[in-house]
Design a protein around this ligand. Structure first.
Ligand code: CMP
Length: 139
């Protein structure tokens, strides 16, 4: 079925001017960018977005990193978009990411791993609503 998923191009990637190269990977895989904006999160906003990880030892570092520079938040649409996006991103740790994936090519470390993508339909719906209003989604 056609799905939507929330994607974030992270500070390590925007800092290195990789937005276009990463978007090309999504588009080449058949994902359509139906909403996109560049924003600079506050640490509190990053903390709210990553609330599910609040108990993890890397939470503080993660929130600080996500607020360290602008990010590009976007909604990707396509057939099986959630799984397809995860395939294009590659494994969370770039050391484990398959060749040709975004994280294999661009990520610096497990923390500075260039992109985030929703992991399931329910989280995708919640994460999209966190950043976008219905009016901003132009399929
Ligand atoms: P993301 O898909 O954005 O969801 C949670 C993020 O936490 C994950 O990608 C990683 O970037 C980050 N993360 C996971 N494990 C670690 C770790 N050990 N140290 C720092 N960051 C981590």
């Amino acid at each position: 079925a056609t799905e939507r998923t929330l994607s974030i191009i992270k500070p390590d990637a925007t800092n290195r001017n990789l937005t276009g190269k990463i978007n090309a990977k999504f588009e080449d895989a058949g994902l359509r960018i139906v909403a996109q904006k560049r924003i600079h999160l506050s640490p509190a906003q990053a903390g709210k977005f990553y609330e599910v990880h609040a108990e993890r030892p890397f939470y503080g570092e993660l929130c600080e990193f996500m607020a360290s520079a602008p990010v590009v938040v976007q909604v990707l649409e396509g057939e099986g978009a959630i799984a397809k996006n995860r395939e294009v991103m590659g494994a969370t740790n770039p050391a484990d990411a398959a060749a040709g994936t975004i994280r294999a090519e661009f990520a610096l470390s497990v923390g500075e791993n260039s992109v985030h993508g929703s992991d399931a339909p329910e989280t995708a719906a919640n994460e999209i609503a966190f950043f976008f209003s219905g009016l901003e989604l132009v399929g």
